[in-house]
Design a protein around this ligand. Structure first.
Ligand code: DOR
Length: 444
């Protein structure tokens, strides 16, 4: 049973981007009313949150995460990952198919949905993974947020890297295709050229900017040929952003990670293989061009690509160390800190992290604070600054690439469907999220 919640005297971010100092009433998991003062009594079963000094934002929808269950639970699982989400203000996530087994069939998708229903504290959706052979599953599997194609940086069945293999996927069906755009043939060739290299910084040279650009161009070409809904995952280079600035059909969207905005190749000197991800970190110039593209709407939204690996695995040394970084615990605070420092507005952050992903994946009644919308909400403190500390990381991997960064905008309360799932350092582990439904848009 969900209880009524009354949030008193928060700075509420309204859909028009304005802030209202006032109250929000939540009933049956939905936002019922928003006003400067709501004259109502909450009964003993309900909850009143004194939000004075806090800012209320729509809960974050993280549209690209790797939560490792089933099969890789030594790195993360749906319970630990969703605890990390609750702490970070992430109320919904879309998860990738590179688990064991791969999410390439309806039964694998069903298995994930069942696991998530049993143990996930926040709302969940799953991608179907493309192989060269599973076209019927890709067309029919439900509910799924879309098809993921690893054009590069994967192996085995989930690598679909040649135009001959990729084109039939664009030609068949109509659901969203999300691509990890790196040119595997180029990566293979460069791996040979750099054979023997053990400096992790070489990772950015092996999986270079050209590899990313080649694959993005191919995905765009096929999307245009079939007018197929395309989402380009984690854009990493200024060149791809400039390409999309010139030529981005209305049915194409793209995203960027906080890592690709805020970290660059200089991170290898500081944190070594912890900075290793795919697509790799680029230069300071790329950071700047990506920021501008985000500001200008060329890049539509933000995803973390939360891809946890253990410290032991990362400690194997390059190139044995796996690629990927965790992100759901820090993404909102990272971006709100940027806003606090004047680099963007709070309304832009909420658009990039909630409203725009809801729109792109056609998730109804999420991503805005408005009557009738789901009460997926986060109350953040924009006054205090606190550092990212390894000992406070909830993700099973137990580290962050942003350790030591002093951030503001840390969540104080997170609500999922009107249930308080995170409250000032305490995670309410009994809360459960719901399966997201896709293809129903209501926010323009
Ligand atoms: O660095 C990455 N690691 N990028 C991806 O897209 C996948 C990921 C993983 O699953 O570890």
């Amino acid at each position: 049973m969900t209880t009524d919640v009354l949030i008193r005297q928060a700075h509420i971010l309204l859909p028009d981007g304005q802030m209202l100092l006032g109250d929000v009433l939540v009933k049956n998991g939905k936002i019922r009313d928003i006003a400067s003062f709501i004259d109502t009594n909450i009964d003993d079963h309900g909850k009143v949150i004194d939000a004075e000094g806090l800012t209320l934002l729509p809960g974050v929808i993280d549209p690209q995460v790797h939560f490792r269950e089933p099969g890789l639970e030594h790195k993360e699982d749906l319970f630990t990952a969703s605890c990390a989400c609750a702490k970070g203000g992430v109320t919904s996530f879309l998860e990738m198919p590179n688990t064991k087994p791969l999410t390439t069939t309806q039964s694998a998708l069903n298995d994930k949905l069942e696991r998530a229903a049993a143990k996930c504290l926040v709302n969940y959706g799953f991608f179907m993974g493309a192989t060269a052979e599973n076209l019927p599953d890709l067309r029919d599997a439900n509910p799924s947020c879309g098809i993921k194609i690893f054009m590069g940086s994967s192996h085995g069945h989930l690598l679909v890297s040649t135009e001959e293999e990729i084109e039939p996927i664009f030609a068949e069906g109509s659901r969203l295709i999300a691509v990890h755009a790196e040119d595997q043939a180029r990566i293979n060739q460069r791996r040979q050229e750099f054979k023997g290299a053990t400096n992790p910084a070489i990772h950015s040279q092996i999986q270079d900017k050209q590899a990313a650009l080649n694959a993005t161009k191919l995905a765009l070409k096929l999307s245009k040929k079939y007018q197929r809904r395309l989402h380009i995952l984690h854009l990493s280079t200024g060149e791809e952003a400039e390409l999309l600035r010139q030529d981005k059909p209305s049915w194409v969207t793209t995203e960027v990670t906080p890592q690709h905005l805020l970290l660059n190749v200089s991170a290898y000197d500081k944190i070594g293989t912890l900075a290793q991800m795919n697509p790799p970190l680029r230069t300071e110039d790329d950071n700047a061009v990506l920021w501008q593209a985000l500001q200008d709407g060329v890049i539509d939204f933000i995803a973390t690509d939360h891809a946890p690996h253990t410290l032991e695995e990362k400690g194997k040394g390059y190139p044995q160390s796996p690629s990927g970084m965790p992100g759901v615990e820090t993404s909102l605070a990272l971006m709100l800190t940027q806003a606090k420092e004047g680099r963007c507005t709070y309304a832009q952050v909420a658009n990039w992290m909630s409203t725009a992903p809801a729109k792109a994946y056609e998730i109804a009644q999420k991503g805005l604070i408005a009557p009738g919308y789901d009460a997926d909400l986060v109350l953040v403190d924009l006054q205090e600054y606190r550092p990212v500390l390894r000992e406070e990381i909830v993700s099973k991997c137990g580290w962050s690439p942003f350790e030591g960064w002093r951030l503001t905008g840390w969540p104080q309360y997170t609500l999922v469907g009107g249930q308080v799932v995170y409250e000032k350092g305490h995670i309410h582990t009994e809360v459960r999220g719901k399966a997201l439904q896709f293809g129903i848009s209501d926010n323009g």
